[in-house]
Every structure is written in structure tokens, then in C-alpha cells.
Design a binder for this molecule. Structure first.
Ligand SMILES: C[S@@+](CC[C@H](N)C(=O)[O-])C[C@H]1O[C@@H](n2cnc3c(N)ncnc32)[C@H](O)[C@@H]1O
Length: 284
């Protein structure tokens, strides 16, 4: 069978079938388009069929190829980490805007780092943009999952940022001594699990991703509430916290934030599809 035949016969959307085959034959997708008449080996056809079966059973394409592009960088992913989502790129963009205006010695913390996509992209962009800001900054990725941290560390190494970014196993900020954050200029990214059990149950496309990365308790805000409590005990010189949320939680999380920091500047920010996707909380 040739490339064209396999792609046409596949039950996957054309783009996905092309990406999957390109991965299996270790060529760029363009190769598939130009070489439609090339004959495929039986081994490749077998591998393609097996991967196609998994994809049809809701395994994310990124788990099958082991890669996901995020903010122009290639991230290694596996079943122990959430596949980084395009909307999270906006979160990175918002932090970069803040950091470039602030220009202090900033301490960046990514809570629930997963594949490390947020903290690695931040470090990479700041290094490109302003060397001075990058040199003066510190970068820390936290996760409760050991196996996610293994992936994050590998990704930092691939981007040659492993000496600049520290990764630590921690339940939110629990393993970070409060004293070490006192008087710091903190920039915190939190894309914590924010789905309700019902949402996790009813969405087949996420059924293969770790529950630990998705389930945010009864109203989806369990981890953000805990994080706000932990942060309340810290007295940083300044704090910029951004949380990725479920659009339905916008009002509730805003109330929680107001209760925790009555003097903070709060902002709800929409994603590209117009959904309320982030809250930013700034103090000092
Ligand atoms: C929604 S995923 C986000 C992953 C990554 N930051 C991204 O944006 O692609 C949430 C992450 O939080 C981690 N996590 C869940 N509970 C946690 C906790 N109590 N403390 C720290 N990390 C936690 C999960 O292991 C998972 O990696």
C-alpha cells in the first residue's frame, strides 16, 4: 500500500493521519504530501494501524508521538503529564508582559508544572528577550507527581535550561519554606486541576490524561482555595499570581481572591475563543 492509500483509508481526520504517519516514518509532514505514491513497508502499516486504534480510543495524538509543540518549542510528553494546551500559551504571554514591565529580580514559580511547559517557555523567552532580566531571575517548577517532574526535567535539559530551572516535588507550596519567599518579587503561574468530577467523567477526549492533572474537586476550585491559603501566610514584596480556570468558575474564584487579598488588583482575562480563562491577582 502507498502513503495516499493508507491516509485515505484511515478513520482519523486527514491531518492527524498525516502527522501520525510522518512520526512513524520519522519524516516531516510535508514529506507525506509530496511522496503520496511511496510504498510503505508492512511494519509501518502495522504500527500505523495499532496507533490509529489507540487514537480512536481517545489516546491523545501527543501521547502516541511523544511530543507536543507549545509556544514554538517541542515538549516531550507521556501519559504522566497533561498535554499542554494552546490556551495556556496566553498565560505565558500575560506573565511575559508583566515581567518585562516590572524588571525586578523576579522569582518565577510554576505550580503543577506537569511537562514543564510554562516555566521552561518563560525561561526560554526571557533569555531571548532580556538577558539581564533572565540572569537576575529564578525559576522553579513544582508538582506533586514524581513522574511528571521526571518529564519536566527532561524537557528543561532538552532546552538547555536545566541549570537555571529547579524542579521540586511539593503539594502546592508545602515544601517551600515560607521564609524563603518573604520579601521576594513573586510571579506565580498556576494551571492546577480545575475540572469537576462530572466534567472529567463526561469528556472522552481527556479520558486518557492523568486524573491528578484534571480533577479539581467538587466545584473544581479545591486546589486554588488551598493555594490561596498557603500564599496568605507569605509576605512577598510583590505578588503576581495567574490561575488558569474553567470559565464557569470566574465569579467564584474572584470572590475567593477578594476574600483572601481585599487590596489586590484582580482581573479576569478571556482566551481566544472569548471564554473567561484566567484570573490575575496583583499585590504590591
Ligand atoms: C492541569 S495540569 C497542568 C500541567 C502544566 N502546567 C500545563 O499547563 O500543561 C495540573 C498539574 O498539577 C499537578 N498537581 C495536582 N495536584 C497538585 C498539588 N496538590 N500540588 C502540586 N501539583 C499538583 C498535576 O500533577 C499536574 O501536573
Amino acid at each position: 500500500m502507498n502513503i495516499q492509500g493508507l491516509i485515505q483509508e484511515s478513520k482519523l481526520p486527514r491531518l492527524e493521519a498525516e502527522l501520525l504517519l510522518a512520526f512513524l516514518i520519522q519524516k516531516p509532514r510535508e514529506f507525506i504530501i509530496v511522496h503520496e505514491k511511496d510504498i510503505l513497508s508492512l511494519v509501518i502499516i502495522k504500527k500505523f494501524k495499532a496507533a490509529e486504534k489507540k487514537r480512536l480510543a481517545n489516546w491523545p495524538l501527543a501521547y502516541l508521538t511523544g511530543h507536543k509543540e507549545f509556544y514554538g518549542l517541542d515538549f516531550k510528553v507521556n501519559k504522566n503529564v497533561l498535554v499542554p494546551r494552546p490556551e495556556t500559551e496566553i498565560l505565558v504571554e500575560i506573565i511575559l508582559n508583566y515581567a518585562c514591565q516590572k524588571k525586578n529580580d523576579l522569582d518565577f514559580i510554576d505550580i503543577g508544572t506537569g511537562s514543564g511547559a510554562i516555566i521552561i517557555t518563560l525561561a526560554n523567552e526571557l533569555k531571548k528577550e532580556t538577558e539581564a532580566l533572565f540572569d537576575a531571575a529564578s525559576f522553579l517548577g513544582l508538582d506533586i507527581s514524581k513522574s511528571a517532574l521526571t518529564v519536566a526535567r527532561q524537557n528543561a535539559k532538552i532546552q538547555n535550561l536545566h541549570k537555571k530551572i529547579a524542579f521540586l516535588e511539593s503539594n502546592l507550596l508545602k515544601n517551600i519554606p515560607t521564609e524563603s519567599l518573604k520579601d521576594a518579587h513573586l510571579v506565580i503561574a498556576a494551571n492546577l486541576p480545575y475540572l469537576t468530577p462530572k466534567q472529567t467523567r463526561e469528556e472522552p477526549s481527556i479520558s486518557r490524561e492523568p486524573k491528578l492533572a484534571l480533577d479539581g474537586g467538587l466545584d473544581g476550585l479545591k486546589y486554588y482555595r488551598q493555594l490561596f491559603k498557603q500564599l496568605q501566610k507569605i509576605k512577598p514584596a510583590s505578588l503576581f499570581l495567574i490561575c488558569e480556570i474553567n470559565p464557569e468558575q470566574a465569579r467564584h474564584i474572584k470572590l475567593e481572591a477578594q476574600k483572601t487579598w481585599p487590596r489586590a488588583k484582580l482581573k479576569i482575562i478571556k482566551d481566544l475563543s472569548g471564554q473567561k480563562r484566567f484570573i490575575t491577582i496583583s499585590l504590591g
